[in-house]
Design a protein around this ligand. Structure first.
Ligand code: NUP
Length: 270
């Protein structure tokens, strides 16, 4: 089963486009709760509400020498039938990308990864060669500074277009195995719509709702395809740190359920 098939199966089974982001901030853990217990409890409390989990490597790398242990631990807690995406924003010269891909896909066993397109085709090739994994290319990111480069006009065969559209065009061109998706911030709903029209059936990973202020309705309406699918709508802090107390797992479930239902309501599947 390839990445998209696995994702669609999980999305259908749980009737959900919600991707829960595992970005554990250890300063926000409830008193007396170990990181392992926190991660496992959040996953156990939300596993029937999501289409995927996204693990942000930064929060694990910040743990120092035990970072790989916790990454492996988080990966193993994610049920086998739910895609696990490594939000690591990798890419480098070819042999280095090959090592990155091997670490994330083979050592850690993730189903997908986020990659940065700035170094071009050969820097992404070692990831794309894993045809059963999902490769999400940063396109128009959710942060305020994303316009600095991503909106610069560039000259292409299609004429003068913003760089993020050129990135989407190249990603579509490189998508021979059907395993490439795009990262599109929910904080730029108009651009999200532009990319959905440019790439009608590509997978879009959409972070930026909740704490970053992106609108859920716009993310769903502009981000999904005609069938109301092919989008993963991510939320991290709003779910995993919904409560700083002992009831954190219960509150994360409430937050995830509410978000899943709002997303479905805008998909007409409420
Ligand atoms: O454009 C992007 N914006 C973004 O927030 C690309 C990302 N990968 N992310 C990630 O999504 C970010 O690093 C974090 O892991 C998550 C959003 O978290 P939150 O704002 O829902 O807490």
């Amino acid at each position: 089963m390839n990445f998209t098939q696995k994702l669609q199966k999980a999305a259908a089974a749980n009737n959900s486009l919600l991707c829960v982001g595992l970005d554990p901030d250890t300063s926000l853990l409830p008193e007396g709760i170990r990181l392992e217990d926190f991660i496992r409890s959040i996953i156990d409390a939300t596993r029937d509400l999501v289409c995927a989990y996204k693990v942000n490597f930064a929060f694990f790398e910040a743990l120092g020498k035990s970072s790989f242990y916790y990454l492996e631990y988080a990966r193993q807690c994610i049920p086998a039938d739910i895609p696990a995406i490594a939000d690591a924003k990798r890419a480098d010269i070819g042999n280095t990308s090959k090592a990155y891909a091997s670490a994330v896909f083979e050592q850690l066993g993730f189903d997908g990864i986020t990659v940065n397109p700035y170094m071009g085709r050969d820097s992404l090739a070692p990831f794309i060669e894993y045809t059963d994994r999902g490769i999400f290319v940063l396109c128009r990111t959710s942060n305020p500074g994303s316009a600095d480069f991503q909106n610069l006009e560039v000259t292409t065969r299609e004429g003068c277009i913003p760089l993020y559209r050129a990135v989407a065009g190249k990603a579509a061109e490189w998508n021979r195995h059907g395993n490439i998706g795009l990262v599109m911030g929910a904080t730029h709903p108009d651009e999200l719509g532009v990319i959905r029209r440019q790439c009608p059936d590509m997978l879009l990973l959409i972070p930026g709702i909740g704490t970053q202020g992106g609108d859920i309705r716009m993310a769903v309406e502009n981000g999904t395809n005609r069938q109301g699918e092919m989008a993963l709508i991510n939320s991290s802090r709003q779910i995993i740190h919904a409560s700083l107390k002992a009831d954190f797992a219960e509150k994360s479930r409430e937050a995830a359920l509410s978000l899943k239902e709002q997303i479905n309501c805008f998909r007409g599947r409420g």
